[in-house]
Design a binder for this molecule. Structure first.
Ligand code: DGT
Ligand code: CA
Ligand code: CA
Ligand code: ZN
Length: 597
């Protein structure tokens, strides 16, 4: 748990830095978020590293600099970090509660605190209910109403965690469970299987004939803090990490139906159950049954969670073994989990028209990668080497920041061209791998770029992004992005909304207008795969796909471990029904090169 606990502390420091210092601290905060990512995904315990090599060992952890290493050391040796405690004392705000409300990031939290002394969810609710929020410049009656609605939503849902932040824990428990006696298979279902960007809890399904033993093992795992409830085949626990986990143990005949049931979404499953009923069938986690048979054998226990042993219930089972079998018995094509939100996928499945979604592992390259020329942590060669050897990619684009982003050490015209020259030299030495020269060029307040066209012209690929002046009205922000897309050198709009999930409100963008401009100018829109960005959102992706706008899925890597996060971008793309042909960087290098502006 140590690594994950440390990651949480670093994230808290980053967040409070942004609350206290506003947009100016965005980059400093990001350094903390990055170190937190690395530590959460490290395959060694940080305290082991420290015991072995001391502070030097900590400094060798990628993205961990002196300031962060010292805080890590302090935490390992004393169990606390004074800097964080001072910040918490100075800014006594329950950021955890407040940032759980959609659309409320550090900037808003700061304004609410300064203006109305709002420190927690109760304060926020009361201020909104007393119509005080609308009196703050930049807020409105509508925003106030939204806040009330979201608080209600939040209180029902007990807050949601970012998928990528919880993912290492999900995998750790999965692998522990898979080694337990009597376990034949372990699967993760629920919103995680659907690759939602935030998740409420973790849902496991275990295939086993010995549910009691498996549940005993589960509740005794070191990750478990408390058992919340237990039935004959289901158990609910609270984990030390503060999130709940559910486990369902099923026999082989019910594995597919359990997967279907536990994967949801609820809205999708409700519709499937309706279809089952219309065919004289009943669908639950134990299988698809003939209605009359189930009524007789289950003896009125229509909530199957109360059913004890499999055997007697299985009479009359039409399907249950696999999901395919269940969908097929309902007259439907199998539907990829990422599409199961009852947003039209069931109609497509009935017509046999489920699109072939872009596959995990189908990306051939990564078009947003940073190097140590700016705020990345590794030389170009090392990023290329890792992309090729560890992640099987065929190409990357080096897209460092440009000069007006001084805080990231952005490159000027000469430095960009020098870098492109160096990349050409590296390419000469490489076999079976290509590096594109590029830039993440900064979009200025008026929508112009900070690097002139005659320089951008000479780069292989150009992404443009907004990094400042976040608080402009939606028309202004959209116009900035549209202008950038119209630039003849700009191939991609990077992270189009600039949000950081649960951390920073993005700038407001009229995505429909941006999609239209992207279409008109042949500009691609990025799904930034880093799990705390993931802009575009799933419905934005769908809009782009519907309009034939190309997407790119990039890791925004500042260190090789970040290439692993491409899967979250792919998940988002699949949630937006994107096919391989919608994603530019599924193309082999030569074709990609030809399709750029
Ligand atoms: P989450 O955990 O909020 O991110 O979202 P899910 O979709 O993982 O929801 P969860 O964990 O409450 O339940 C897992 C699945 O179990 C859900 O997707 C569908 C199924 N399920 C849970 N509660 C109900 C229910 O009341 N009715 C139906 N039809 N299905 C349910
Ligand atoms: Ca869940
Ligand atoms: Ca659950
Ligand atoms: Zn950027």
């Amino acid at each position: 748990m140590q690594n994950l606990a440390l990651a949480k502390i670093l994230r808290d420091i980053g967040f409070l830095t942004e609350v206290e210092d506003g947009d100016n601290a965005a980059f400093k905060a990001r350094a903390y978020y990055r170190a937190a990512d690395i530590i959460a995904n490290l395959n060694r315990k940080v305290d082991d590293i420290y015991r072995e090599k001391g502070l030097q060992g900590l400094l060798e952890i990628p993205t961990v600099g002196k300031a962060i290493a010292l805080k890590v050391q302090e935490y390992i040796t004393t169990g606390r970090v004074a800097h964080l405690e001072e910040m918490k004392a100075r800014t006594p705000i329950n950021t955890e509660e407040l940032s759980g409300i959609e659309g409320i990031g550090p900037r808003t939290i700061k304004i609410l605190y300064d203006r109305l002394g709002i420190k927690n969810l109760d304060d926020l609710y009361n201020a909104a209910a007393q119509k005080k929020i609308r009196t703050i410049p930049g807020f409105s009656e509508k925003k106030e109403q939204d806040i009330l609605k979201r608080i209600d939503f939040f209180r029902k849902g007990k807050g949601r965690r970012i998928l990528g932040e919880i993912y290492p824990l999900v995998k750790q428990i999965e692998s522990r469970l898979s080694r337990a006696d009597g376990v034949k298979k372990v699967a993760v279902a629920g919103s995680i299987r659907r690759m939602r960007e935030t998740i409420g809890d973790i849902d496991y399904i275990v295939l086993s004939d010995r549910p009691e033993e498996v549940m005993d093992f589960f509740v005794r795992m070191p990750e478990v803090a408390e058992v919340l409830g237990r039935g004959p085949a289901k158990v609910f626990v609270k984990l030390n990490a503060g999130i709940d986990a559910d486990l369902l143990v099923v026999p082989n005949e019910s594995f597919g139906s359990a997967m279907q049931y536990f994967t949801g979404s609820k809205e999708h499953s409700v519709e499937l159950r309706r279809i089952a009923i219309s065919k004289g069938l009943r669908l639950n986690e134990w299988g698809l049954f003939k209605s009359d048979k189930e009524d007789r054998t289950a003896e009125g226990a229509s909530d199957s969670s109360e059913l004890t042993s499999g055997k007697k219930v299985m009479a009359g089972q039409v399907a249950g073994n696999s999901e395919e079998e269940i969908y097929s018995a309902l007259g439907l094509q199998w539907i990829p989990p990422e599409m199961r939100e009852n947003r039209g996928e069931i109609e497509l499945a009935r017509a046999g028209q489920i699109p072939k979604l872009v596959e995990y592992g189908s990306l051939k390259g990564d078009l947003q990668v940073h190097s140590d020329s700016t705020d990345g942590t590794m030389p170009i060669e090392d990023m290329a080497h890792a992309a090729k050897e560890k992640f099987g990619l065929d190409y990357i684009a080096i897209t460092d920041h440009t000069k007006s982003l001084t805080i990231a050490g952005g490159l000027d015209e000469k430095e960009l061209l020098d870098q492109a020259h160096r990349i050409a030299e590296i390419n000469d030495r490489l076999e079976g791998f290509r590096i594109l020269s590029g830039a993440e060029v900064n979009i200025m307040k008026d929508g112009s770029l900070d690097i002139p066209d005659n320089v951008l012209d000479k780069l292989d690929i150009v992404g443009a992004a907004i990094h400042s002046h976040f608080s402009q009205p939606v028309e202004v922000q959209t116009e900035r992005l549209v202008r950038a897309a119209q630039n003849p050198s700009v191939d991609i709009i990077f992270h189009p909304t600039g949000r950081l999930l649960n951390k920073r409100d993005g700038y407001p963008v009229d995505i429909a207008r941006l999609v239209e401009a992207a279409k008109d100018t042949g500009t691609a829109l990025e799904i930034d795969a880093h799990y705390d960005r993931l802009d575009l959102r799933d419905d934005h992706v769908r809009m782009a796909v519907q309009h034939g706008v190309k997407l790119v899925i990039d890791s925004d890597a500042h260190h090789p471990v970040h290439f692993a996060f491409l899967m979250f971008g792919l998940g988002q793309a699949r949630r937006g029904w994107a096919r391989e042909s919608d994603v530019l960087n599924t193309m082999p290098f030569d074709r990609l090169k030809r399709s750029l502006k």
